[in-house]
Ligand binder design. Sequence first.
Ligand SMILES: O=c1nc[nH]c2c1ncn2[C@H]1C[C@H](O)[C@@H](COP(=O)(O)OP(=O)(O)OP(=O)(O)O)O1
Ligand SMILES: [Mg+2]
Length: 215
Amino acid sequence: MSARPHRLLTGRLVVATHNAGKLREMRELVAPYGVEAVSAGELGLGEPEETGTTFRDNAHIKAAAAAAATGLPAFADDSGLAVEALGGAPGIHSARWAGPDKDFARAMADIHEKLVALGASAPAQRRAHFVSALCVVWPDGHREDFEARVDGVLVWPPRGNLGFGYDPMFLPDGHALTFGEMSSDEKHGLPPRGKGLSHRARAFVKLAEACLERP
Ligand SMILES: O=c1nc[nH]c2c1ncn2[C@H]1C[C@H](O)[C@@H](COP(=O)(O)OP(=O)(O)OP(=O)(O)O)O1
Ligand SMILES: [Mg+2]
């Protein structure tokens, strides 16, 4: 009899990302659970092409590639910023909008300029959310998927130099600091502080509930 409809994640785990900011957050999230996290970079894994049309599909592509290459369970995140006035852009293209140089200062300015061109200066016209799709894939192909979002507004100019990507322009609802001004613990917003604040932490709370046990 199984009280758990999901598969338990134990032992070694590949964190299938090539983004240093994300890797740090994903390692912090799994740290309390006694799994040994090894990164895609440490294992010399390549970066699969993200050919999916959804966050969920792209997270699966990354986790499945890493699990197949290593014979270990693999944990991937596909995430992005969806700006309401831009019809959800950049969405799954959020990393690609920063170009090959990963110039997020430029990508943030681009978004701001597009909003200005639309006359969107009031916070209510500058609403956006981050989405995170987390996927764990085992070498036998079993998968577990979790997704969450965090809503907020885009400020200008950007504030803070913590975090990564679009963090300095994202002000989550109900908070006075942008993600760029928050410590990583504040951005996660996990217990005892809260129930999860960032998209990634909120999705991870679901993953942990389903697939992880504290040692
Ligand atoms: O918490 C976040 N704070 C700020 N920006 C964020 C966040 N979460 C996603 N983002 C933006 C930037 C990132 O580059 C892109 C995700 O694109 P995404 O393809 O999932 O990640 P990536 O290419 O950077 O690394 P990888 O695919 O190896 O995991 O969205
Ligand atoms: Mg990517």
